[in-house]
Design a protein around this ligand. Structure first.
Ligand SMILES: *[C@@H]1O[C@H](CO)[C@@H](O)[C@H](O)[C@H]1NC(C)=O
Length: 968
């Protein structure tokens, strides 16, 4: 939940914590008019001085030149110096060939005044390198060959440029447009005019040291709590430099906030050209189309984790999370760019074909006059170094595996977390929670988790309970456990400044809060009023936080309590852009500027670690986070933040979650029903239907909205929601298997159609349908009063079976499918096998040993395949003890074979196969089951000639066993 009300007001009003703001918002919500984001609270590129400086660099005439004489090749990297011919400042380029078709390049200052931030903790390991060797050379360039790789790199000296080629075709160029712009650190000084400038470095350093020492007098500052001033910082002033400082370079103000910028301008920018590429995706989080747009004439896409109150759709504004990964797709090739930088980042996209009509492009092609289509991408970050991974595919699955090898895969969620989550801000008290819990049983609806937002804690002191409303949390947890359900409580990273609050006292005494520039504890306004912000970039802080989740420390918690980290951008109501001052100080002396986008990842990391530790390392944690960064997939789930109960917000959930899926974050969802405003019943139904087919399935609502537990609707709507919940629970074995595969291989759960049909141009811009695994195509209804949907069924020679009627359709075609209120258009691809549970019970835990029905959809060739993963559903034993089953089912030559897809796994289970539904089958004379060590037996069956569906009854075989079924 959200930056509320106060966040949308002018900062002065926010500081007074004006009630008017709350009132206005409440009025807005109650009257139902649209309250849009207050854009003036957030910077445009023009208002962000580094973005403006970077963007003012025009293509061509790059001043950078590689000094080929300095080139050195070591076993793991090549280094070469790069000079800026205008400033004469030297940079160093470090180039690495990596295994699996990747290249890494880093650019830093050769002799920085102060080390620049290099993002730690995102890569899972140092990526294995592949040796580079010089295979050609002339006056102005060097050709490099990557051992074991199919590609070559050409390094051009003047102007500096890199080209990556496979065979003779150019895949990607770096600095081809000459937009490398690396702001080296300088001596602070003041300009009196453009011509006269005075070096004030020594004075400046004295002032800084003075301020710093004053800060240290604070008794709260324990030893070692003080962020170290990094060497070189207080150094001697350097020579007067020739370049002039642009406004905003040494100090910047935004609204009433000023950023002191003690290190001056430090931004980095670089361009990448992608010949042959017209379609690019990724760089979440933005509330926009899946396919990225060109940014010419607009602001760039912005990556800066922000709590945006009532975000609007279809713009490039930053939202709660950032993953600086871009994917390019064409019919022939996929590749990815991973820009590892945690500072504020902007991304410009341009294209030489943008604005040309398809007809224009065709004409160009026929006349042979068209250029090759090309997309150019330009990254600009406020600080840090240039650290880029070029992931060269060639297929999109290769890019996924490449990225997963760098940053890890999706954490394997406990089964319950794939069920349905019921949340609102707030369930009032224990009785309310238990009534909602009972409501699901009374109305025969499944639910796994009930959620508590900030009001459950005692005065927003996280890790505590409101003594009057939640006096007996353990009893409440027991009652939920008796229904085999869980509770999630919110634990936010703003800590109430209150000397009677243990969390605050300890963090203050240990010196573990983020500090201001002068070394005192940073304080901001958030839910509890004045709040400190734990410095999660400090490993000691994370260990302390993780320890807070032990059952002793978090009183009233139990093993069926899981956690939600909200507001971890971090959200600061009275801060610039509702977040922390950029000159705040973190562990190691780094500025908040350097670490901003990774702060939220660390919060989720520490929380997930705490939940693992409290179980003695046995249980898989569930933690939801609003902010995220590259690598966040390793710690749990994310959602799209504070959306609104509007049809367009329902639609945008598809591109938003697909964009996250492409960059590794498979466990994505959006608040079902919309957070702000009251959804009309039809919208709520359609949202449940959408959510049932998206990875993280949680209903959530703002405190000022009306209650909307599904049974409060009239019967037609309630029945449609029950049906959607039923479809979700029925497909849990399929979801669980997909998540296991995502965890193992780094391949997304929710997929764009072009992943399976990479050459079908029609699929490249689809925003209203998606695939789950390679088996289900979903086109949820997202229009008010819809009587039908246009579904695109891709694939030459492909067949699709509508999941309810088994009606068969041939691809490719655009199908008009009539719908009713209860329709969720889902198609199973011919050639796949989907496992389901056919009895919907109270929660996933009540169903986990239930028998399985296999839905076999035959391809035109009469074949199909599928997998099923089974384990205990909640521990790490699948990994530590190989306690799991991964079964493979494959159908061909009229025979369905069940075998182990991973013989290293073993697991005893009562689960058996109770039925097999085969779509696209003729009528057999007999059906014979063979299991090892048993005589052949005949199975009874039923065939419907109209639909070509064959149902095999009661094969009765244990899911762990090997067997064959022959249709004779
Ligand atoms: C590397 O690229 C080659 C050629 O494009 C391809 O055959 C190979 O599968 C790729 N390897 C990996 C690990 O992606």
């Amino acid at each position: 939940m959200a930056a509320v009300a106060v966040a949308g007001l002018a900062p002065a009003a926010r500081r007074r914590r004006s009630r008017t703001g709350l009132l206005l918002v409440c009025l807005g919500l109650c009257l139902g008019f649209t309250l849009a984001v207050d854009r003036s609270n957030f910077k445009t590129c023009e208002e962000s001085s580094f973005c403006k400086r970077q963007r003012s660099v025009r293509p061509g005439n790059s001043p950078y030149r590689a000094l080929l004489d300095s080139l050195q090749i070591g076993p793991d990297a090549l280094t070469v110096h790069i000079i800026n011919d205008v400033t004469k400042v030297l940079l160093v380029l470090e180039l690495q060939g990596l295994q699996k078709n990747m290249t890494r390049m880093r650019i830093d200052e050769l002799e920085p005044r102060r080390p620049r931030y290099r993002v730690p903790d995102v890569l899972v390991a140092d990526p294995p390198t592949a040796r580079l060797s010089v295979s050609g050379r002339d006056d102005n360039s060097v050709e490099l060959t990557v051992a074991e790789g199919p590609y070559k790199i050409i390094l051009t000296a003047r102007p500096f440029r890199l080209d990556l080629l496979e065979d003779r075709s150019l895949l990607l160029s770096v600095n081809a447009r000459g937009l490398l712009h690396f702001e080296h650190q300088r001596t602070p000084r003041v300009s009196f005019s453009d011509k006269v400038s005075v070096t004030l470095g020594s004075i400046w350093d004295k002032i800084k040291n003075l301020l710093f020492r004053q800060g240290s007098k604070d008794p709260a500052e324990g030893d070692g709590a003080q962020p170290e001033e990094t060497p070189g910082d207080g150094g001697k002033p350097e020579e007067i430099q020739s370049e002039k400082d642009e406004p905003g370079a040494w100090e910047e103000t935004f609204k009433t906030h000023s950023d002191s910028k003690p290190y001056g301008p430090t931004s980095v920018g670089l361009d990448f050209s992608l010949p042959g590429m017209e379609h690019v995706y990724g760089i979440p989080e933005h509330a926009d189309s899946f396919r990225l747009k060109v940014t010419e004439g607009a602001d760039p896409y912005r990556l800066y984790n922000l709590d945006v109150f009532q975000y609007e759709l279809h713009n490039f504004m930053a939202l709660y999370g950032s993953v600086p990964v871009l994917l390019a797709h064409s019919a022939h090739r996929d590749l990815g760019i991973f820009w590892l930088n945690a500072a504020e980042t902007w991304v410009d996209i341009s294209s030489n074909t943008a604005g040309k009509t398809l007809f224009g492009k065709m004409l160009d092609y026929l006349q042979g006059s068209g250029e090759t289509p090309q997309t150019d991408v330009r990254w600009m970050s406020e600080s840090g170094i240039v650290d880029v991974f070029l992931m060269l595919g060639p297929s999109v699955s290769d890019v996924f595996r490449q990225y997963a090898s760098l940053t890890g895969t999706q954490a394997f969620p406990p089964l319950f977390s794939l069920g349905y989550h019921q949340s609102r801000w707030n369930y009032r008290d224990e009785a309310d929670v238990l009534e909602v819990n009972q409501g699901f049983d009374d109305h025969n609806m499944p639910c796994d988790v009930i959620w508590l937002d900030i009001e459950h804690a005692d005065g927003k002191r996280y890790f505590t309970w409101d003594p009057s409303r939640f006096p007996h949390p353990l009893n409440m947890l027991d009652q939920l456990a008796s229904k085999r359900r869980k509770l999630v409580t919110i634990v936010d990273p703003h800590i109430k400044v209150d000397s009677g609050y243990r969390v605050h006292e300890e963090l203050r005494n240990l010196g573990l809060y983020v500090k201001t520039r002068d070394g005192s504890d940073y304080e901001g306004w958030c839910w509890p009023g004045a709040a400190g912000y734990p410095d999660f970039t400090n490993p000691q802080m994370r260990a302390w936080w993780a320890n807070m989740f032990s059952f002793d420390n978090y009183e009233g918690s139990n093993s069926n309590l899981h956690v939600w980290n909200d507001m971890n951008e971090p959200s600061v109501f009275n801060g610039p852009e509702v977040t922390m001052l950029k000159d705040a100080r973190h562990y190691g002396g780094w500025e908040h500027r350097d670490v901003h986008n990774i702060y939220g990842l660390y919060v989720q990391m520490a929380t997930a670690d705490g939940l693992v530790k409290r179980s003695g390392g046995k249980e898989r944690p569930f933690v939801l986070s609003r902010a995220f960064f590259a690598g966040s997939q390793r710690y749990g789930a994310v959602w799209t933040g504070d959306n609104t109960a509007e049809w367009d917000h329902l639609k945008i959930t598809i591109p938003m979650c697909l964009s996250l899926a492409l960059v590794g974050l498979s466990f994505c969802g959006a608040d079902v029903g919309g957070f702000f405003k009251n959804p009309e019943p039809e919208l709520l139904v359609r949202w449940y239907q959408m959510g049932a087919y998206q990875p993280f399935f949680r209903a959530h609502a703002h405190i000022d909205t009306g209650r909307r537990e599904p049974w409060l609707l009239s019967s037609q709507y309630r029945d449609a929601i029950r049906d959607a919940l039923g479809q979700r629970y029925s497909l849990l074995p399929f979801w669980y298997t997909l998540f296991y595969q995502a965890h193992r291989e780094g391949i997304p759960v929710m997929r764009p159609l072009w992943m399976l049909y990479p050459q079908d141009v029609t699929t490249f811009s689809i925003d209203d349908q998606f695939l789950l695994g390679d088996a289900l195509l979903v086109h949820p209804v997202s229009d008010s009063g819809a009587h039908g949907v246009q579904v695109y069924l891709p694939g030459q020679g492909e067949v699709w079976y509508e999941a309810q009627s088994y009606q068969k359709y041939h691809g490719p075609q655009t199908l008009y499918l009539p719908v009713t209120l209860s329709s969720i258009p889902v198609f199973q691809r011919g050639g796949t096998i989907v496992p389901r549970w056919m009895r919907v019970r109270r929660s996933s835990d009540c169903m986990k040993d239930d028998p399985i029905t296999l839905f076999v959809a035959l391809s035109p060739q009469g074949t199909a395949q599928g997998e099923l993963f089974i384990d205990d559903g909640h521990t790490f034993n699948y990994d530590t003890h190989h306690s799991f089953l991964l079964r493979r089912f494959s159908f061909s030559g009229n025979t369905l074979v069940s075998s182990s897809a991973d013989p290293t796994g073993h697991f005893e289970t009562p689960i058996w196969i109770e039925r097999i539904v085969i779509m696209g089958a003729g009528k057999p004379a007999a059906v014979v089951l063979q299991t090892e060590g048993s005589p052949e037996s005949r199975l009874s069956f039923q065939h419907d000639p109209e639909t070509s569906v064959l149902i095999l009854r009661k094969p009765g075989v244990n899911v762990a066993s090997d067997w064959n079924i022959h249709l004779r």
